[in-house]
Write a protein that binds this ligand. Structure first.
Ligand code: AHM
Ligand code: MG
Length: 347
C-alpha cells in the first residue's frame, strides 16, 4: 500500500531530512548552482535560531527583570525586535553573500561595510513581524525576500531593491510559534521545516505545501471598518455572510501578526486582508510594506497555488518605487482573492 502524504511527511520528519540536505538536493538538480544560495539560507537559518532562542525566553527574561535598558551586568538589554534586527544584520553583513540589505527597522539601505566581502544577492527582511504580540506570548516571525543583484554599470544600491516581486529568487519566513518553523520557496514549490530543538536542526515537515482553491477563513482587523471605503466593507461582509465549500460559514481568525495569520491560512485555506484605510490619513495605503512583507508572502502564496493582490493588481507585478512603500494586501486562496479583487473593482 502506498503511504499517504501525511505518512510520508511524518516519516521524513522522524528520519530527519534536514534543511541542509534538502538544499543540497535542490542544488544537485540545478547544475548552474554555485552553492551561494545554500550558504545564504544557512546564514539566515543561524540568525533565526538565535532569534528563536531569545523569543523562547522572552517571558522568562521579563519575570527576571531583564528587559529594562540595563541588566545586572550593566549590559544594555535589547528589545526583541532590536535584537532580531541586529542578529540578522551582524551575520548577514559578514556572510560575503550580499551586496546590500534592507530592514523594516532601518530607514535606509544597509550597505555592506567596505572591509567585508560582497556577494551577488540583495536581502530585504522584517526582523520580527508582529512584535507587538511578544508580551502576550503569541506567534511572531521573521520574513525575508531575496533578489539577485542587477549586474549593470551605474546602478545605485536602491535600484537593486526597487524591483518587481516576480524577480525574487526566493522568499520565506521563520515562524516562532508553538514550534519554530521555516517556510520557503525558491520558485519550485513551498516547503516547510520544523526546528527540532533536540537535534538543533530544521527537519522537513511540510513538503510541497499547496492551498485549496477556496478557503474557509477570513482574517482582517474589523475594528477599522469605519476607515474603509464602501467596496472594502462589502468584501468583508461577503466573507462574513458566505458559505465555504463545505456549506459552513467562513470563520474569522486574526492574530495581528501577519506571518502567523498567513501561515495558518496557507495550511488551512483562507484569505488575509489588510485594506487601504482610506479615511485614516496615517494609512492611506494600508500598513504592510511591499518589499519585506507583501512581496515575499505573495511569492510563497503563488507557489502554493494561491494569489495576492493590492485590490487592483497582482502584488508580484508591482514595481517598488520606494524602500518602505506600503500596499493594501489581499492574500490567500485563489478564488477568494479573485472574488475580493472583483468586488473592489466594482464588478
Ligand atoms: P510590524 O511589522 O511592525 O509588526 O507591523 C505589521 C503587523 C502585521 O504583522 C500585522 O498583520 C499587522 O501589523 C497588524 O496590524 P493592526 O494591529 O493594525 O491590525
Ligand atoms: Mg511586519
Amino acid at each position: 500500500m502506498q503511504p499517504t502524504e501525511i505518512q510520508r511527511a511524518n516519516q521524513s520528519y522522524r528520519l530527519g531530512t534536514t534543511i541542509t540536505e534538502h538544499l543540497l538536493l535542490c542544488e544537485d538538480e540545478c547544475p548552474a548552482a554555485s552553492g551561494q544560495f545554500t550558504r545564504l539560507l544557512s546564514e539566515l537559518i543561524i540568525s533565526a535560531k538565535l532569534i528563536s532562542r531569545e523569543v523562547n525566553k522572552a517571558g522568562l527574561a521579563d519575570i527576571l527583570g531583564m528587559t529594562g535598558d540595563v541588566n545586572v551586568q550593566g549590559e544594555k538589554v535589547l528589545k526583541l525586535d532590536e535584537f532580531a534586527n541586529q542578529a540578522l544584520i551582524h551575520r548577514m553583513e559578514r556572510s560575503g553573500l550580499l551586496c546590500a540589505m534592507s530592514s523594516e527597522e532601518n530607514s535606509d539601505i544597509i550597505n555592506i561595510p567596505d572591509n567585508m566581502p560582497k556577494g551577488s544577492y540583495v536581502l530585504a527582511f522584517d526582523p520580527l513581524d508582529g512584535s507587538s504580540n511578544v508580551d502576550a506570548n503569541a506567534s511572531i516571525g521573521t520574513i525575508f525576500s531575496i533578489h539577485r543583484k542587477i549586474e549593470k554599470e551605474g546602478l545605485s544600491s536602491l535600484d537593486n531593491f526597487l524591483r518587481y516581486g516576480y524577480e525574487q529568487v526566493a522568499a520565506g519566513y521563520f515562524l516562532y510559534g508553538s514550534s519554530t518553523m521555516l517556510v520557503y520557496s525558491a520558485g519550485k514549490g513551498v516547503h516547510g521545516f520544523t526546528l527540532d530543538p533536540s537535534v538543533g536542526e530544521f527537519l522537513l515537515s511540510h513538503q510541497n505545501i499547496t492551498m485549496p482553491e477556496r478557503g474557509a477563513i477570513y482574517s482582517v482587523n474589523e475594528g477599522y471598518t469605519e476607515y474603509w471605503d464602501e467596496r472594502t466593507r462589502a468584501v468583508v461582509n461577503y466573507f462574513k455572510s458566505s458559505k465555504n465549500e463545505r456549506g459552513k460559514p467562513y470563520s474569522a481568525r486574526y492574530i495581528g501578526a501577519l506571518v502567523a495569520d498567513f501561515h495558518r491560512n496557507l495550511l488551512y485555506g483562507g484569505i488575509y486582508m489588510y485594506p487601504a484605510d482610506s479615511q485614516d490619513p496615517h494609512k492611506p495605503h494600508g500598513k504592510l510594506r511591499l518589499l519585506c512583507e507583501a512581496a515575499p508572502l505573495a511569492f510563497i502564496v503563488e507557489q502554493a497555488g494561491g494569489a495576492a493582490t493590492d485590490g487592483k493588481q497582482r502584488i508580484l507585478g508591482i514595481k517598488a518605487t520606494e524602500l518602505h512603500e506600503r500596499v493594501p494586501l489581499f492574500i490567500g486562496c485563489k478564488a477568494d482573492v479573485a472574488k475580493a479583487t472583483a468586488m473592489l473593482q466594482g464588478e
